[in-house]
Design a protein around this ligand. Structure first.
Ligand code: FDA
Length: 394
């Protein structure tokens, strides 16, 4: 005999738990199933353990999707301030770090505890360490077969996330279920991920591993201004993670280091006032020392004095720093990607409810949907908003 519930939610991550709370508030009998040992594992490790739980400026422009309009409805119905109100209701101390990014003062575990408390209050059940064997149409609804038996429900919400960080339990189950029910998928790719360089590039740039600098990272028409970090594999840091979601294999990344500074003008000024200064020393007043040495060496100007440089040479040196063009070989992949781009094609979903248009009762929420946020709390905001939307209907 199968158990009976009103709503079965697959995945006890951010989106699944939010959906459980909202459906539970409507008096629905909710069961959340997860194969992991603990709920919200990605919440726990997010934001360096402090969870960047939303971004106060979150809006449709901060998301990538084949249909940029799809996320509007859910974000309008449940915004950053709604989630912040929930955080405050639970007395969780928070702060804005930078660029509207809100973090817990103490621990990401506060957010997990808050969601579990809310779930308990509405009677939503959580079943962990339970595998999903199949999801089939059954009667007017669905039968979800798990390692522990079957559950029948008129609504199934798929909240099992994307492919990023398989070590943390990511499986791609949502895409399989979507395909099984005839929904289209947008090709998936790792997003918010460090970019790698080939061995030849690493021979030169690799020696800068550990150096960070303020930069604008550009791919095509899109640019992000934040820190760039050079690693022993390639490029990382927030500006690179951001641009990685827009970059494609074969394309260049253009870095404008110290974007607020007109390096050519400064060097020309120093040439007038301090012409005996060595090029690498003058650059070290503007850039981290190792970068200064690297650009002086690359331009074969180490040891030369500023007075020896023509305007043309200074302009070329400055361009090498402020239009530093690098062709990454690839990315670190799902092993370290914070998110999965692409996923369940939004053309098959109702933007107000997240319900599959062709399969009444079947919902997709969170990262498995082709809506991916920038770095900075946007992905959790999408998880909360899409989970909320489905929770009003499922
Ligand atoms: P999520 O992946 O959270 O949950 C899916 C759940 O489904 C998991 O509990 C998993 O175990 C379960 N599941 C998967 N397959 C299953 C199967 N076959 N059977 C049963 N259960 C299954 N975002 C942000 O806004 N701010 C931040 O600070 C960060 N920081 C961050 C750090 C790191 C290291 C990563 C990897 C990611 C982030 N993110 C982030 C992104 C954020 O974590 C992500 O967008 C959300 O967790 C997505 O929420 P979901 O609920 O959709 O999936």
């Amino acid at each position: 005999m199968a158990e009976k519930r009103d709503v079965v939610i697959i995945g006890a991550g951010a989106a699944g738990m939010m959906c459980a709370i909202e459906a539970g508030k409507r008096g629905r009998r909710v069961l959340v199933i997860d194969h992991a040992k603990a709920p919200g594992e990605k919440i726990r490790i997010s934001g360096g353990g402090r969870c960047n739980f939303t971004n106060i400026h979150a809006g449709p422009k901060n998301f990538l999707s084949a249909n940029p309009h799809f996320c509007k409805s859910a974000l309008a119905r449940y915004g950053a301030r709604d989630f912040l109100a929930l955080v405050e209701k639970h007395g969780i101390a928070w702060h804005e770090k930078t660029l509207g990014q809100l973090f817990c003062d103490h621990s990401a575990k506060d957010i997990i505890r808050m969601l579990l408390t809310e779930m308990r209050e509405v009677g939503a059940e959580l079943r962990l360490e339970t595998t999903i064997e199949s999801v089939e149409r059954h009667g007017g609804g669905f039968r979800v077969v798990t390692g522990d038996g079957a559950i029948d429900a008129p609504s199934v919400v798929v909240a099992s996330g994307g492919k990023s960080i398989p070590k943390m339990g990511a499986t791609g189950l949502a895409y399989k279920i979507a395909e099984q029910f005839g929904l289209a998928l947008v090709e998936t790719r790792p997003g918010l991920v460090p970019l790698t360089l080939d061995p030849v590039q690493l021979e030169t740039i690799g020696e800068l591993a550990g150096v960070a600098a303020d930069a604008e990272a550009r791919s095509g028409k899109t640019a992000f201004r934040e820190a760039v970090l050079i690693t022993h594999r390639g490029l990382s840091g927030p500006a690179i993670l951001q641009i990685s979601s827009y970059w494609r294999e074969g394309q260049d990344i253009v870095l404008r280091l110290m974007p607020d500074i007109d390096i050519a003008s400064i060097l020309k000024g120093s040439r007038r006032s301090n012409g005996k200064q060595a090029v690498q020393t003058a650059l070290a007043d503007i850039l981290p020392r190792r970068l200064a040495q690297f650009f002086a060496d690359t331009a074969k100007l180490t040891g030369k004095q500023l007075a020896d440089l023509s305007d043309k040479t200074i302009d070329a040196l400055s361009a090498s720093i402020q239009a530093w063009t690098i062709k990454p070989a690839g990315s670190e992949g799902y092993r370290t990607a914070e998110v999965t781009l692409g996923g369940v094609d939004t053309s098959g979903l109702d933007s107000k409810t997240m319900q599959a248009k062709s399969v009444p009762g079947l919902y997709f929420v969170g990262e498995c949907v082709d809506v991916t946020g920038w770095l900075g709390g946007y992905n959790f905001q999408w998880a909360w908003a899409s989970g909320f939307a489905a929770g009003q209907e499922a």
